[in-house]
Design a protein around this ligand. Structure first.
Ligand SMILES: *Cc1c(COP(=O)(O)O)cnc(C)c1O
Length: 483
């Protein structure tokens, strides 16, 4: 394979792009910058032809796994395919060239899009008020918890306990602490993978501000005791927060507002097909019912006879949680996605994601143990305990999957399943791709039965092999050149 990258290909005088003749007068740089800030030598940029530049980027894009390359069943992350039309529309100059300080009469289209997206999200979630501002799911959790805090404060009381089931995403307890709640109580799951009601009851008291539930849970199991949990919370006027990152299982079928939750966050960069990963901009809108509406962050997009405007005048608001209006490009993508799907398409997302997950669950249970036996929604958790006894653990299986060209599932999470492998296929994969994945998992199981030892050094075909992951994160080195 031809693997030379751009820096190695540079040849003096080779040209890939011709700059247009300037249509403004040329200036002497010294007019703008002090002498000491100017380069004495031109930058050492590679001199290459256009095709070499294109091949360089195509080749490096293939070194990593990504959802445009193949299957990405990373549980809890909803790595669905991101339709390319989202990108087309988000890059329209009418959106990209906007300045957030422009007068409102020149930004009506953008405000209308935000307003309509809010309306769609309210319709899907079953709530009455929403903010688009939070930049991520965890940020949405923090905002939701600050709203809950304000609710109790307005009732002139301090509450310091947040209840969180042990199957929750790690961000839930972390957000509760960051929001200032002193006590985060972990509620164990019962043998079915649902909230243990007896233990929950024993922790309900007048210090509880709220419970944070993920539904379906990160085990992919639908929490069916919501009415009982609601009654328990009502007995002490505590609120119910829903972690809505798993909305992919509920779209168009169940509305969390109707279930009795008071507040939830949504992950546009999961369920709503805006890209995620790599630390790029995300979006975690927070929807609330009437109890919390007056506390929402400002500004809020409102519609009147004069058109759309950003309104700041809400005296009980918790304040502003993001500069300007949040990550606007994500709104364009999510809005495009929902508009393309329409009312008929939206429930199909959930149905297909549930069918895909159950198909995988059934086929894979031929060789792998299940974390829990309860039927699952859009994701499920396998346990590689059996394989571990034969000599290869979940980590080895995950690494070996890379050789088969698919991204591994989430491993060792949730913590309550030993050797957990958490699989979420999403609705965007064909049966052929699902079968390819199952065949790979079954082939790996066979390899373990025959020679588990051989997996300890996997992957064998990727550009970098087994990494010291903690070390890589702590001593980040993103230099192209090896020293
Ligand atoms: C991803 C996720 C979050 C956090 O969302 P971020 O955007 O990564 O901050 C919270 N809860 C659950 C269940 C998730 O899957």
């Amino acid at each position: 394979m031809y693997t030379k990258l751009i820096f190695e290909l540079s040849k003096e005088g080779r040209v890939g792009h011709v700059l247009p003749t300037p249509d403004v007068p040329e200036h002497d740089l010294n007019d703008f910058f002090p002498e000491t800030m100017l380069r004495s030598q031109p930058a050492n940029l590679p001199q290459v032809a256009e095709n070499e530049v294109v091949r360089h980027f195509v080749n490096i894009s293939l070194l990593n796994h990504h959802v445009d390359k193949a299957f990405y069943p990373l549980g809890s992350c909803t790595m669905k395919y991101n339709p390319k039309i989202n990108e087309r529309l988000a890059s329209l100059p009418g959106f990209t060239a906007l300045h957030p300080d422009q007068p409102e009469n020149t930004t009506q289209g953008a405000l209308e899009l935000m307003y309509n997206l809010q309306e769609y999200l309210l319709e899907i979630s079953g709530f009455s008020g929403i903010t688009l501002q939070p930049a991520a799911g965890a940020h949405g959790e923090l905002v939701g918890l600050l709203l809950i805090q304000k609710y109790h404060k307005m009732k002139k009381r301090t509450r310091s306990t947040i209840l969180v089931p042990d199957s929750a995403h790690g961000t839930n307890p972390a957000s509760a602490r960051i929001a200032g709640f002193k006590k985060v109580v972990s509620i164990p799951s019962d043998s079915e993978g649902r909230v243990d009601m007896e233990i929950l009851k024993s922790h309900v008291n007048e210090d509880v501000a709220a419970i944070m539930l993920t539904n379906p849970s990160t085990l992919g199991i639908f929490e069916n005791q919501i009415v009982e949990i609601r009654a328990l919370m009502d007995s002490v006027d505590a609120l119910m927060y829903m972690d809505g990152a798993n909305m992919n299982a509920l779209f168009g079928i169940v509305r969390p507002g109707d279930l009795g939750f008071d507040v939830m966050h949504l992950n546009l960069h999961k369920s709503f097909s805006t890209p995620h990963g790599g630390g790029g901009p995300g979006s975690g809108p927070v929807a609330v019912n009437d109890k919390l509406k007056e506390f929402l962050p400002v500004p809020i997009v409102v519609k009147s006879t004069n058109g759309f405007s950003l309104k700041e005048d809400y005296p009980n608001s918790i304040g502003t949680v993001h500069s300007f209006a949040g990550n606007f490009g994500m709104y364009v993508r999510a809005f495009t996605y929902l508009t393309m799907l329409g009312k008929e398409g939206i429930p199909q997302i959930a149905r297909h994601s549930i069918i895909s997950a159950n198909y995988l669950r059934k086929r894979l249970s031929a060789a792998y143990e299940l974390g829990y036996n309860a039927p699952t929604m859009h994701e499920f958790v396998l346990s590689a305990e059996k394989q571990k006894k034969m000599g290869a653990k979940a980590l080895d299986i995950a690494k070996r999957l890379l050789d088969y060209g698919v991204h591994p599932p989430t491993i060792y999470f949730p913590l309550i399943v030993k050797e957990a492998m958490m699989i979420e296929p999403t609705e965007t994969e064909s049966k052929e791709m699902l079968d390819f994945f199952v065949d790979a998992m079954l082939a790996i199981n066979k390899e373990i039965e025959e020679d588990a030892e051989s997996l300890h050094k996997a992957p064998f075909t990727t550009p970098v092999k087994r990494l010291d992951e903690a070390g890589a994160a702590r001593n980040l080195d993103v230099n192209f050149f090896k020293n």
